[in-house]
Design a protein around this ligand. Structure first.
Ligand code: SF4
Length: 678
């Protein structure tokens, strides 16, 4: 059975068969290759501790009883306080069909924008920046660009650990064509170790570096003025602002690096959470896009900016309006014509007219009582959101909380109704990877007990709330066809997102569907090669971004950088079950630079207290030569379920990008002190 790996946004194809789970040799994302997480997928098919029956108030219930309660309590809250008194918080682990139904119910029929997703923590800054620059949330490039580039920059990305199969393509390009690899990161990560050059910036220094590169390329005569004149707007203001930027690195190194950029037309800039999870995430992405627009390096083989996605379906969620700030099919809340298109297509007279609450604001609204009923699915915000103590308090205060998940979590333990969800290997649908490639995910074993797919739960509740006519789906194929039809509805080519012929696909074709890239039906999979952008005048926009963001390093405080480990995924509900994966790092630790360790009198293995005004964690210290002085690295994976006193996210604050709402997980402030010597 051909299906797709459920972990990172590379979206590798896998084959589940008698011999276990192996890489799919025909999938274009990976051509049979898998990383260690993919090769151990078979070991995660373990139903111990699964949620297998609906629960109401801690008591087992039937599906009809549970669904009736959910529909009734949501209906009552809406009747008493209006549609904005309810919310859904969903997940990049959702399949596109799950996302489509949840979004249609909330925005189309309940009439509120209050559906957000844990992709807010991951992708919101690139989404906002791409809409500003291109007019639509579009990643221009494809994976083949990594094979064809002469220079690849990994910015705020430990791709060697977090997107291993794609990183291996970059390494192969180095072997075959001499591609140079540069890592731009405050940490000397595994990617930096393998790169030809590591540029160690200060945390948050990437915006200034890219703005300064833009100005330097202008000074070197390396800009594409023909492209700028014919296909862009806003150049002068953006360049004037870029001239004010200080690159923040050694002057000689900066000159050498700028020469490298100026002299290499085939340039790919791949960026990830180090860029996105910042109070300047959106502006930083625009600084990267500005450089590519100014040099005309976009939409060409081996050239383009490339936003790496974290979860397997971060892109699919964006296609169907999984973020509170978007409508389905790349339609926009800001455009009344777009709202009308969607209202007509869905026959939804009460379509939401304004964006809903973004993740952090949404849980603030739960905490202060504005949200009266909340449905959380496929995610564990009690451990994964910043200020986890406040999130837990919010869940306890909320009059009605529903949680749908596969395993019990710190979130489900605070729910009034728990719904058992079918997981990877048990449910059908589609996902879209970082390069806009739609792949089928297929069930190859039955769900345990009474577990059901998420789309079915939302559909059943929609029917009980009186919206049955609009939710008469019999299968994921019927949902996918509607999703595809919406992408073509009244689309005269102004919107790039287009699934065209898939709208008429019979069930049999959906069953055997092979990976397919959108916009469907175009011969050239790269976007913008013709210099046309989906803005009103067809031109891309430079965005004037200021490098003056006022990052202050408070005395005696460390910058807390949270991130991923090679062999773990999110809060370890699956990977934590595989001894082989646990062997890489057996327990949580706080890594500091040798100079800081010497100053604080800390040795590897000492117990240290890391804390701030939100709380304190006691963890073993690790001294890492990879760590920049003044910063601490802690993995985001460990939770109470895996022997940690709490989650590192109890220390993360509410600071977020003002445009995208993405939390600044890379820039917390903490103190550290030794409490017990080894
Ligand atoms: Fe899965 Fe990502 Fe590894 Fe591919 S690179 S096998 S998608 S975790």
């Amino acid at each position: 059975m051909n299906t797709t790996c459920p972990y990172c946004g590379v979206g590798c194809g896998v084959v589940a068969g008698r011999d276990g789970i192996v890489g799919d040799p025909d999938h274009p994302a990976n051509r049979g290759k898998l990383c260690v997480k993919g090769t151990t997928l078979g070991l995660t098919l373990d139903d111990r501790d699964r949620l297998v029956a609906p629960m109401i108030g801690g008591q087992q219930a039937s599906w009809p009883e549970a669904l009736d309660v959910v529909a009734k309590r949501f209906g009552e809250a809406i009747a008493e306080r209006g549609p904005d008194s309810v919310a859904f918080y969903v997940s990049g682990q959702f399949l596109t069909e799950d996302y489509y139904i949840a979004n249609k119910l909330m925005k189309g029929f309940i009439g509120s924008g209050n559906i957000d997703t844990n992709s807010r923590l991951c992708m919101a800054s690139p989404v906002a920046a791409q809409i500003r620059a291109f007019g639509e949330d579009l990643v221009p490039g494809i994976y083949e660009d990594f094979d064809e580039a002469d220079l690849i920059l990994f910015v705020g990305s430990n791709a060697a650990w977090c997107h291993p199969v794609l990183f291996q393509r970059a390494l192969r390009a180095r072997e075959s064509r001499g591609t140079r690899i540069v890592a731009i990161d405050p940490r000397r990560s595994a990617t930096a170790d393998l790169a030809d050059l590591h540029i160690q910036i200060a945390p948050g220094g990437d915006l200034a570096l890219f703005a300064a590169l833009f100005a330097k390329c202008a000074a070197k005569g390396a800009l594409d003025y023909d492209f700028i004149a014919r296909h862009t707007a806003g150049f002068d203001a953006a360049l004037a602002m870029a001239h004010q930027a200080d690159p923040g690195i050694d002057a000689e190194l900066f000159d050498q690096f700028a020469d490298m950029i100026a002299g290499t037309p085939r340039l790919v800039t791949a960026f990830f959470q180090g860029v996105n999870q910042s109070v300047i995430g959106t502006d930083t992405v625009n600084a990267i896009l500005n450089l590519h627009l100014a040099t005309g390096r976009i939409g060409k083989p081996g050239a383009g900016p490339f936003s790496l996605t974290g979860q397997p379906n971060a892109m699919g969620g964006r296609e169907v309006g999984g973020l509170a700030t978007q409508l389905a099919a790349h339609l926009s809340f800001d455009d009344s014509a777009h709202r009308d298109i969607l209202a007509r297509f869905w026959n939804a007279p009460h379509l939401a007219r304004k964006p809903g609450l973004k993740a952090i604001d949404l849980f603030d609204a739960v905490h202060d009582g504005r949200i009266k009923a909340l449905w959380i699915a496929g995610t564990n915000p009690a451990e994964s959101l910043p200020r986890s103590a406040l999130v837990r308090e919010a869940l306890e205060r909320c009059p009605f909380v529903v949680v749908a998940d596969c395993w019990p979590t710190a979130t489900s333990s605070r729910a009034d109704v728990v719904l058992p969800a079918a997981g990877w290997s048990e449910k059908d649908g589609t996902v879209t990877n970082s390069e806009r490639m739609i792949s089928r995910q297929r069930a190859f074993r039955p769900a345990p007990g009474e577990a059901k797919p998420d789309w079915w739960m939302f559909k059943e509740v929609a029917c009980r709330m009186g919206f049955g006519e609009a939710f008469a789906y019999s299968s994921t194929a019927s949902i996918f066809r509607e999703h595809a039809a919406l992408s073509t509805f009244e689309n005269d080519g102004a919107r790039v997102f287009d699934l065209g012929p898939l709208a008429a696909m019979p069930d049999e074709d959906y069953d055997v569907m092979r990976p397919i890239q959108w916009p469907v039906g175009r011969a050239e999979p790269r976007l913008f090669g013709d210099g046309r952008f989906p803005t009103a005048d067809g031109r891309a926009r430079f965005v004037a971004v200021s490098a003056e963001h006022g990052a202050v390093d408070e005395e005696k405080k460390f910058t807390l950088n949270t991130g991923r480990l090679r062999d773990q995924w999110h809060t370890m509900t699956r990977t934590g079950r595989v001894p082989e994966l646990m062997a890489h790092r057996e327990a949580a630790a706080a890594t500091i630079a040798p100079a800081d360790a010497a100053r604080l009198g800390i040795a590897t293995g000492d117990l240290a207290a890391i804390g701030n005004e939100r709380g304190q964690l006691i963890l073993p210290a690790m001294i890492g030569a990879d760590q920049a002085s003044g910063s601490i690295f802690m993995a985001m994976h460990w939770t109470e379920a895996h022997g940690s006193a709490s989650t590192v996210n109890m220390l993360a604050g509410a600071e977020r990008d003002p445009i995208s709402g993405e939390p600044a997980f890379k820039h917390g402030k903490v103190t550290m002190r030794r409490i017990v010597a080894q």
